[in-house]
Design a protein around this ligand. Structure first.
Ligand code: ZN
Length: 331
């Protein structure tokens, strides 16, 4: 079991901590019940899941899964110039033991949903079956700045208009696709950004997410093809830069099923879900069968002091963790 204790600035109290504390509670409960596991049961608290000061995020679990060496991780330099290893020494968290890096038999992470779905549908337990892949790109469209009053509509190379067409294209395509694809243009700027001048340049980002890698690639090809078409149709020049790319992760079907079974035995409704956010479990999934349990986030709010999950839901989630760990540790 595991999760993380680090958090973002002005965060809530549930993201990460809930999974770690519930893991400890599960062990205490198993001990007091006299349960003798067939294999070791442990709780991990992974360093630097959020990646606020030191990139990449999910760093501790990435190291554990062998995707980054301990030395590299400790040498990471922050944007403030500090070094992770030195900071851990300074606060007394630089452990002396060499980590064992034992491959777990299984890994399960309990976490708040950080989204609105469970609350909206009145379902207390999410059986998380996958984490969607993410594709980030920056697009720059270049046209001609010219007078907004004297340039006929037919004679414009309007970078702003072309950018707006991309926004509409992405939304229409995602909405009409009947797939879980989500597409977002979250940043955009125009130059010269003046009321009576046709924009000569538009810079914007594209955030594409999908739980299916083939479909995510197809979406990337579709936007690329559309940008080509647009360049010809609008007489603009378009360049694209890739900013980030993570493939989707599929969790272990057996464990996901154990979560559903545990919920139904306790009379709790459950729902199969895709995690829209990244989690340590997706790194551990590289080396061991893994899955996650979600509980509702009121208002879908997270990374905010207003983050909240009612006690009853917290207890339900911890009980599911207990049941699943009991099954996994007994087999
Ligand atoms: Zn988290």
């Amino acid at each position: 079991m595991g999760s993380h204790l680090d958090t973002v600035i002005d965060a809530g109290i549930y993201d990460g901590c809930y999974g770690v504390l519930s893991g400890l509670e599960v062990i205490e409960t198993l001990k007091s019940a006299g349960f003798v596991p067939a294999r070791a049961v442990a709780v991990a608290t992974f360093t630097n899941e959020e990646g606020v000061r030191y990139a990449p995020d999910m760093m501790g679990s990435l190291v554990y899964a062998g995707g980054l060496s301990v030395e590299e991780a400790l040498a990471t330099v922050s944007t403030d110039g500090s070094i992770l290893g030195r900071e851990l020494q300074r606060i007394g968290y630089d452990g002396s033991e060499k980590p064992g890096f034992r491959k777990p038999h299984a890994y399960i992470e309990l976490h708040i949903e950080q989204g609105p779905v469970l609350e909206r549908e009145g379902v207390p337990i999410g059986a998380v079956q996958n984490v969607q892949g993410i594709s980030w790109q920056r697009v720059i469209i270049e046209g001609d700045a010219n007078h907004a009053g004297t340039t006929p509509m037919s004679m414009r190379r309007d970078a702003g208009h072309a950018a707006a067409r991309v926004v509409a294209f992405l939304r229409d395509r995602a909405r009409n696709s009947n797939t879980p694809t989500v597409a977002t243009v979250g940043c955009m700027s125009f130059e010269p950004n003046v009321i009576n001048v046709i924009p000569s340049r538009a810079t914007f980002t594209v955030d594409l997410r999908d739980p299916d890698e083939q479909r995510l690639q197809a979406e990337e090809r579709a936007i690329a093809a559309y940008l080509n078409e647009l360049a010809t149709a609008e007489g603009v020049t378009i360049s694209v830069e890739r900013l980030a790319r993570f493939e989707p992760v599929t969790f272990d079907e057996t464990i996901v099923h154990l979560v559903e079974e545990a919920a139904s035995k306790r009379g709790l409704a459950s729902k199969r879900m895709t995690s829209g956010a990244g989690h340590d479990a997706q790194m551990i999934a590289r080396i061991a069968p893994s899955a996650m349990v979600f509980v509702p986030s009121i208002g879908g709010i997270s990374h905010s002091p207003r983050e909240y999950t009612p006690d009853a839901d917290l207890v339900s989630g911890a009980n599911i963790l207990l049941d699943v760990v009991t099954r996994l540790a007994a087999r």
